[in-house]
Design a protein around this ligand. Structure first.
Ligand code: SF4
Length: 274
């Protein structure tokens, strides 16, 4: 059974385009060496490798230097939205007195874009069509906030909105699993570093599961739910993820795979997959 309808191209609109951003993720966010970034850095301070033109000095060496945090990060297009649309090309460099505001806006818009991604995917999941009106209402709210004034964006109650979206996403997952007859399918309790090569993963709910370093070689993931799953170093070589659900570019960037891995058409092959 096919899970998504043909309109998955909607999700393409949330691809990040670093050439239209001002290095916001490399500046606004706190990160640590332990998580695969080059240094322990406070929020609001530019990374030591970020150049004046907002390009990364070591971009071509991220893999060699084991910068897994940088490779795995994806902003869902929030960076270009904040830089180009909300601030009309002005940046934390050109208007330093507004830098803090720009970073605060980015942090909220990033979260809203991440949520928007899951809502846009929900719209194209066949069994979720009965929830279309509710999904569209939450999407409209999201678009309205993201096009508001910076001060209104900053004070928006993201957690309250996220809670409402999570209730709906749970409903989508239940409908999906029911339509696949997988609502009682047993899900392994532990994935960390375990071998699932050739195993049947269809229709499983892997939401928030730690899939770190698990081997999923040659598995098929039709209708498998990846909402918030930690896929760091999970191996998807030769696997079929075309009809996986709530799978994001960041999860794919953090995982392993090869050119025989089949991805949904709205996700790109990471530079590290050969
Ligand atoms: S190393 Fe490059 S990609 Fe990573 S945070 Fe620094 S500037 Fe950004």
């Amino acid at each position: 059974m096919k899970i998504h309808n043909e309109n998955t191209m909607l999700l393409q609109s949330l691809k990040s385009d670093c050439s239209k951003c001002s290095g916001l993720c490399c500046t606004a966010l706190f990160f640590s060496e332990m998580d695969g970034f080059p240094e322990n850095k406070a929020a609001g301070k530019p990374c030591m490798n970020l150049q004046k033109d907002f390009r990364c000095k070591i971009h071509g060496e991220l893999e060699k230097r084991n910068m897994k945090g940088c490779i795995g990060y994806d902003c869902f297009g929030a960076g270009q939205q904040v830089t180009q649309s909300i601030y009309s090309g002005q940046t934390w460099q050109s208007v330093p007195e507004q830098a803090k505001e720009i970073f605060d806006v980015f942090i909220v818009v990033f979260q809203l874009y991440q949520i928007r991604y899951f809502l846009l995917e929900s719209i194209v999941i066949f069994p979720a069509q009965v929830l279309k009106n509710d999904i569209e209402a939450l999407l409209e709210e999201n678009e309205l906030i993201c096009s508001s004034k910076p001060q209104d964006i900053i004070i928006f109650d993201v957690e309250g909105y996220r809670s409402r979206v999570n209730v709906l996403l749970k409903q989508v997952c239940n409908l999906l699993q029911k339509s696949l007859g997988c609502e009682n399918k047993k899900c392994p309790s532990d994935f960390l570093g375990r071998n699932f090569k050739n195993k049947d993963m269809r229709g499983l709910d892997l939401s928030t599961k730690l899939l770190i370093a698990a081997n999923f070689n040659n598995c098929v993931f039709d209708g498998t739910i990846f909402l918030g799953a930690d896929t760091r170093d999970a191996d998807f070589s030769n696997a079929d993820l075309r009809d996986a659900v709530y799978l994001s570019q960041g999860q794919i960037n953090s995982a392993k795979g090869n050119r025989k891995t089949k991805l949904p058409q709205y996700l790109d092959y990471p530079i590290t997959w050969r």
